[in-house]
Structure formats: structure tokens, C-alpha cells
Design a protein. Structure first.
Length: 551
């Protein structure tokens, strides 16, 4: 009974003695075998040549490290044709050949290495009374047999970043078994096609709308049904709407400020030439240093914008322009779609619980009340939920602006209207995409101002809401009428989006009729990124692949 509890499971080990030494426990173990197989010729031998002691580390007991001192028998090989004259008996179910740790201890260390990696694992195992190094943990992982990759029926394909914006790999996920099955070192169509050809049997491939994956699946598994990811369909729509809003700056002003008079879009300007220099926009009062930095940044962006237009007039493609100028392809696309030089949106000031009380505070300030504590007591009954410190900070700022000048109650100055900075297109586009019933009151008001400002934005909003209902409700029959209406709408960014859907129509239609999506795959990418960052600068692709597939 004691042997079964203390020793690894084996029919050939006998516990002889338990010795407690300083800082360790030693189990003296002997073999119960009377014969053994020769590893060279597999003949059985009963003639014992000699004995020797083999020391092997085992799992700890509580906080005591344990070592096995195994008395190993060496046998004669009586086969004259065998290259071995003598051989040592082996305990394959307990310890590997030449190993200094039992299989169950090696398994525990491998599990630690898979979960944490080398250095982090080496920092943990001493607390488990296991002694090893980070290099040993990684070596144990790499000694594991290769993970067998089986062909899935439903495959999820997505990219992951080696270095964001520069180099990407590919992750392949079995969507039915909910686990990753392989990693590819790049994002090329050829690599994906080669993998699919080597693993036949894939019936459905769920992917985003990247051209590399479309071509790779078409080449490697032409029989497979391709399914576009629904989230990426809405993401592509968001990008198209963002390009549209970049062309309607009045909408962005209207969203942030309720105008006294309606703001109408001007006539669309002619397409700018490379040598056209737009006038700098008006800006709030800045210090000389801030104005200089702002002007330098604007000049640099303007030079890039003009260079993009020049290269486009020379006939270069957008990708070629991006490579030549070192810009992102989305930046080049935004410059070419903008129509005019896209001014940098001002950073939006963060919202504060004091904002709704600012008109009252400004009025009281101009009436002569400069005591922050009194102002706090006045707005507290109005519903202000913050503390007096925020009011004190606001009052201190007002004193700095006016240099402690006091306004008399007999001659109050009218408060200046609060003018919010315009929203960026990336921020405002969410108002066009979200269900209006889920918007808070202030966002609904901002949306109404945007739609009243531009008829084109109103039409784009109607198309966006309709497409959202099609995707979320899986209304595949409504897709064709929607595509036809957008194509005839005259809204260039949405027409480009619709043309892309038309080219990938089979996969888009499958997304509206089949249950598969990239949600699972995106979750695996998120887990991969966590593992990759743990090993940043200390590991290679082979180790990343092993850890992702094994955990």
C-alpha cells in the first residue's frame, strides 16, 4: 500500500527504505524484475552482470523534494549477433532513457512551461518545491511529440500581428471543436492554399474579407463554402461612413454644437490639385509655442497630402503610394477620398459632471460671485453630484484667465457661449451605426443635428441602418435590393463598399444564412496575443505555435 502511494505507478519497483536527509527525502528503490529485454535485439536475458544506482528526481511531498535512488540491474545479452554485450534494465513507464526526472515530474514541468513559458515558469516552480531553469522548461516543451493536425469540417481563419501594421501571421481554428489547430508564419494566399491542400476535407471556411484569404481558400479548397464574418461587414460599413463624414465637416460641427441657424453643406469643391494649398483653419487661442508646433505639424501633413496627390496623378496605385511614402494604406485612401486636405480633428475635451452647470456658474461668476464654496452650495440643490474640489478647480482657472479681475453686479458681462470642438469622423460615425433606440438623449440630439445639416448624410444614415438590420436579422433576401439602391445612390464611399460586397456576394450571403462567425477565432487571437507578449524578445515562432496549440 505504501509503495502504491509513494512511488510512480510501476509493476517492477519495490520500495526498500525511506531516508530523511537534510532538505530532502530519499526513497531507496530496487527492481522486482528477474529478466529484461535487450534494447538491441529484443531477446530476453536472465543473467545479471552487475548493479548500479540511478538517482532520479520525483514529485515533491508537501514542501520536501523527493529523489529516487533506483538500484538498476545490468544483464548479459546472450545473442551473439547483437551489438550489445550487456544492457541495463529500463523502466519506460517511470522514467525516460538517460532522464534525471520521472515522467510525472516532467509532465508537471511541461504543463507549467505551456501555461507560463520559460522564465515565468522558472520563477513559479520553486514555490512548488521543484528545482529547474527556464531553459530546461523550454527544452521539455520542444521535446514533446509534434501536435497532430486533423482536417476540420468548419475552419476559422484570421490574422495575428507579429508587428502591427508590418508583419502578420495566420491562425487556423476548428470552429466545431473550439480549439486552434495550426499557426502559419505569414498571411499569404499561397501559405493558406498549401495548408488546405495538405489537409483536405474542409467544407466551410469562415474568414474576414481580406483578399489574401479569399484567394487562398479559392486556390486551396475550391469546394469549400466561404463565409464572410458579420462583424467585419459592419466594420467595413463603418469605414465607408467615416470616409463620407470626412467630406462633410459641417456635420461634425453640428454634432458638437447646436447651431443658432441651420448649417448647410457648401457646394462640393472641385478635386484639388497637388499644388493647391488650403488655408489653415481657425483655431482657439494658443500660446506662441503651441501655434508654432501646430503649424509645423500641419505643414508636414500637408506635404504628405500633396505628395500622395502627385503620385496618384502619375498613375501609381494606392499600395504603391503607401510603400513609397512609408504611409499606411488607410491613410493614403483617406487622403484620396477626402476631396480636400483633411484637417486634423481637435482632441475632444473629456466630459465632466460639471458641464451641465457651466452656464449657471458662468452667469454667477459675471454677477460677481467668485467664492467656490458658495458656488458649490448653489449648484448642489440643482443635482450636482460631485465634490467642491471640482468647482474650486474651475474657479481657479477663471481667476487665472481674468487675472483676478472682478465683475460688478451693476455691469455684468454676458457669459460667452460654450462652443464645443467638432467631433472627429471616427467618433461621430457610431451615431450612424447604432440603433437610435439605444442612444441617450444628448446623442439623439446630436444625431438629429447631423442629419439636418446634410441630405447626403441623411441618406447614408438610412442605408447604414437598413444594412445593420439586414446583418443582425440575417435578412438575406433584402441584400440584393439594398445593393441595388446603394449603387444608384451617388454616395461614392457607400458605392465602393457595395461593389466590394458584390464581388464577395456568395460569402456575404452565406454569412446571412449560416450560424458561423469569427467570434471564436477572434477570441483565440486574443489568447495568442497574451502568450506572445509573455515571450516577447525571448522566443521564436516554433515555441509560440507549441504553446498556442497545447493550451
Amino acid at each position: 500500500m505504501l509503495t502504491e502511494i509513494l512511488l510512480p505507478k510501476s509493476a517492477h519497483l519495490c520500495l526498500e527504505e525511506v531516508v530523511t536527509e537534510p532538505n530532502m527525502i530519499v526513497l531507496h528503490v530496487s527492481s522486482g524484475q528477474t529478466e529484461a529485454l535487450c534494447p538491441g535485439c529484443t531477446h530476453r536475458s536472465k543473467r545479471v552482470h552487475s548493479h548500479y544506482t540511478r538517482t532520479v528526481a520525483d514529485l515533491p511531498w508537501a514542501e520536501w523534494p523527493v529523489y529516487l535512488k533506483v538500484l538498476v540491474q545490468r544483464f548479459f545479452c546472450d545473442n551473439p549477433a547483437c551489438r550489445y554485450k550487456t544492457f541495463a534494465e529500463r523502466f519506460a513507464e517511470v522514467v525516460a532513457r538517460y532522464a534525471r526526472r520521472t515522467l510525472r515530474l516532467a509532465t508537471r514541468q511541461q504543463q507549467t512551461a505551456y501555461a507560463l513559458g520559460g522564465e515565468a515558469g522558472a520563477k513559479l516552480v520553486p514555490h512548488l518545491t521543484i528545482t529547474t531553469s527556464g531553459d530546461t522548461l523550454l527544452r521539455l516543451i520542444r521535446k514533446m511529440p509534434a501536435v497532430a493536425v486533423q482536417s476540420p469540417r468548419v475552419l476559422g481563419v484570421d490574422d495575428w500581428a507579429w508587428a502591427k501594421g508590418h508583419r502578420y501571421g495566420t491562425i487556423l481554428v476548428d470552429l466545431e471543436c473550439h480549439r486552434p489547430i495550426d499557426l502559419l508564419a505569414d498571411r499569404s494566399a499561397d501559405s493558406l492554399a498549401a495548408w488546405l491542400q495538405a489537409h483536405p476535407g474542409v467544407e466551410i471556411v469562415c474568414r474576414d474579407r481580406a483578399r489574401e484569404y479569399i484567394d487562398g481558400v479559392t486556390q486551396g479548397a475550391p469546394q469549400a463554402q466561404q463565409v464572410a464574418d458579420r462583424w467585419h461587414l459592419l466594420q467595413n460599413l463603418r469605414e465607408a461612413l467615416e470616409r463620407l463624414l470626412d467630406q462633410h465637416s459641417a456635420c461634425l460641427y453640428a454634432a458638437a454644437n447646436e447651431p443658432a441657424t441651420p448649417i448647410l453643406d457648401p457646394e462640393p469643391p472641385p478635386r484639388p490639385q497637388a499644388n493647391d494649398t488650403p488655408p489653415p483653419p481657425s483655431s482657439p487661442v494658443l500660446t506662441q509655442a503651441q501655434q508654432k508646433r501646430q503649424a509645423t505639424t500641419r505643414d508636414r501633413r500637408l506635404a504628405r497630402y500633396q505628395a500622395v496627390l502627385e503620385l496618384e496623378q502619375q498613375g501609381l496605385s494606392r499600395r504603391a503610394i503607401a510603400r513609397q511614402l512609408g504611409l499606411g494604406s488607410r491613410t493614403v485612401q483617406r487622403y484620396l477620398d477626402a476631396g480636400t486636405f483633411p484637417e486634423m480633428a481637435q482632441r475632444r475635451k473629456g466630459r465632466s459632471i460639471l458641464d451641465r452647470y457651466l452656464p449657471y456658474l458662468q452667469q454667477r461668476w459675471h454677477e460677481g460671485e467668485h467664492n467656490a464654496s458658495q458656488l458649490f452650495r448653489e449648484i448642489k440643490p440643482q443635482g450636482y453630484s460631485g465634490g467642491p474640489g471640482m468647482v474650486s478647480l474651475w474657479a481657479a482657472g477663471r481667476r487665472g484667465e481674468r487675472k483676478r479681475s472682478r465683475a460688478t453686479k451693476t455691469d455684468p458681462k454676458p457669459p460667452k457661449p460654450i462652443v464645443q470642438r467638432p467631433w472627429s469622423a471616427g467618433y461621430a460615425v457610431w451615431l450612424l451605426l447604432k440603433d437610435p433606440e439605444l442612444l441617450p438623449a444628448e446623442k439623439k440630439a446630436a444625431l438629429e443635428r447631423m442629419l439636418q445639416t446634410s441630405p447626403e448624410v441623411q441618406r447614408a444614415y438610412n442605408f447604414a441602418q437598413a444594412f445593420g438590420r439586414i446583418v443582425r436579422g440575417r435578412l438575406s433576401r433584402a441584400l440584393d435590393p439594398w445593393l441595388q439602391a446603394v449603387t444608384q445612390s451617388g454616395l461614392a464611399p457607400l458605392k465602393t463598399f457595395a461593389a466590394g460586397l458584390e464581388r464577395d456576394k456568395t460569402a456575404v450571403a452565406a454569412a446571412l444564412s449560416l450560424p458561423w462567425s469569427q467570434g471564436q477565432t477572434e477570441g483565440q487571437v486574443n489568447r495568442l496575443k497574451l502568450i506572445k507578449r509573455q515571450m516577447y524578445g525571448r522566443a521564436k515562432f516554433d515555441l509560440l505555435r507549441l504553446r498556442v496549440l497545447a493550451t
